[in-house]
Structures are given as structure tokens and as C-alpha cells.
Design a protein around this ligand. Sequence first.
Ligand code: NDP
Length: 249
Amino acid sequence: MFSYQAPSDLLKERVILVTGAGSGIGRTAALTFARHGASVILVGRTISKLESVYDEIEAAGGAKPAIFPVNLESALTNDYDQLAVAIEDTFGRLDGLLHNAGLLGQLTPLEQYDPDSFNRVMQVNVHAEFLMTRALIPLLKQSKDASLVFTSSSVGRKGRAYWGAYSISKFAVEGMMQVLAEELGSAVRVNSLNPGGTRTPMRAKAFPGEDPDSLPTPEDIMPVYLYLMGADSRGISGQTFSAREGSAG
Ligand code: NDP
């Protein structure tokens, strides 16, 4: 497991947006960032799930979060521009952006892959991330220490049969990370992160026969998320991280 011990105030006064914040890894990341002092912007499509995370942060005495419902499958350029305006009005800047939301799609040979399903996966996992990043770069540039994190997968680093659009989309995410890291230079660090097999609804869908208790929980993999969002990763950009490997030192 990636080894890093985060100070309890690591993310104090940072504003961090998490997509897919209502369930799975995103939910835990939002709660963890808030526990370390961040004001968290909760983005997702199921408002009731976002509200439950909001309530949990408030009950724990965290900084006041914000909810922005966005359906990444249908949102248009203008919706992301409005999101940027709302964040600017509420917080004045953005210090961290965790692209976490993702769609698994079908697990089937590409020859049999349904084209509509392919489009939906690429829309959520790639196009929406581009549109949101494009709209939020100016706000990230207003931060003194901005971090942009893309969520990848082992099948985004080496292709695997039957993983179809999901695998292809994660390769695209790695490409977007590399392009942005070069373009943004020292203004915003940009990295990709492979959580590895983690006990979530998506993993259960991909591996229905697997015993969930054999997998790390989202809590177990949080050290690398904290490292990438906090000041200790300053200056590190264009890199691929894995929650299961490595250390901060
Ligand atoms: P989950 O399926 O548990 O959670 C995915 C999140 O994305 C949910 O909050 C979901 O919202 C949100 N989401 C999906 N579609 C949309 C949409 N159209 N608009 C807005 N939000 C949407 O997945 P995980 O927590 O497991 O995965 C998180 C990330 O980690 C993903 O990028 C995944 O590819 C990656 N990953 C996960 C691994 C694992 O083993 N769990 C392994 C490798 C990578 P809602 O709840 O409302 O549906």
C-alpha cells in the first residue's frame, strides 16, 4: 500500500472538488479530505447520496461543503462554465480537482460491444473530464498550490481483453494527464492514480464472484489521495501513481 502519514490539518483552507462523491471511493475521498480540513465540493448525479455525504461532513464538524449536481453523461459545455462561475462566487478559487466518477460499461469483446454503451463510457470517463477540466483550469490557476488528479486503472496502463471502452477510456485519461501536465507546468500539478481493486459497487459489478472482504476498502487507499491533494506533493507532475504501491518519501 502507498505509505504516507498525513497531518490532520493537511488540507486546511483548501477547496477541493470530487466527482462521483456520493458513493464508493469518491464518497470516502470527500469525507477524508473534509476530515483533513478541506472545503469539499461534492459533484455527482444522485442528489440524495451527495446530501448524505454533506450531512456526514457537517455532523463531524468539517468545513461547510457545497453540492453541485452534475450528470456527466448529459452535461454540456455551458453547464461546466456555470459550475466554474458558481465555484468562483462561493470560494473564489479551486485548490484540488479529483476526477473520480467513472462508468464501467460492458465487459465483452470489442467485436460485440454495443456502440451506444461505448459512447456513454467515453462521455462520462473522458469527454466530461475534458469539459470540466477546461472550465476549471482558470480557477485552479488562481490557487497557490493546485493539484489535478485523474483516476485511472490497471487496464488504462495495459490493455486487457473484454474491458472494452472502460480500458480505452482510462488510456485516454492517462493521455489527458500527460498533455495537461506539460501544458500547465508549475501552475497546476497533474497526476494519474490507479486505486487498484477496491471494495466498491463498481468492483462488485466487474467481479461478481469475488469475496468483497478480500479487497482493501476505500479508507485503506486514502493515503495516496491525501498525498496528491496536499502540499507534500508540490512540484510532482506528469506521474502515474498506484494506491497499492510506493511511498511519499
Ligand atoms: P462506483 O461505481 O462505486 O462509484 C462511481 C461514482 O461515479 C458514483 O458516485 C457514481 O454516481 C458516479 N457516476 C457514474 N456515472 C456518473 C454520471 N453520469 N454523472 C455523475 N456521476 C456519475 O465506482 P468506484 O468508487 O469503484 O470507482 C471510482 C473510480 O475509481 C472510477 O473512476 C473507477 O473507474 C476507478 N477504479 C476503481 C477500481 C475499483 O476496484 N473500485 C479499480 C480501478 C479504478 P452514482 O452513485 O450516483 O451512480
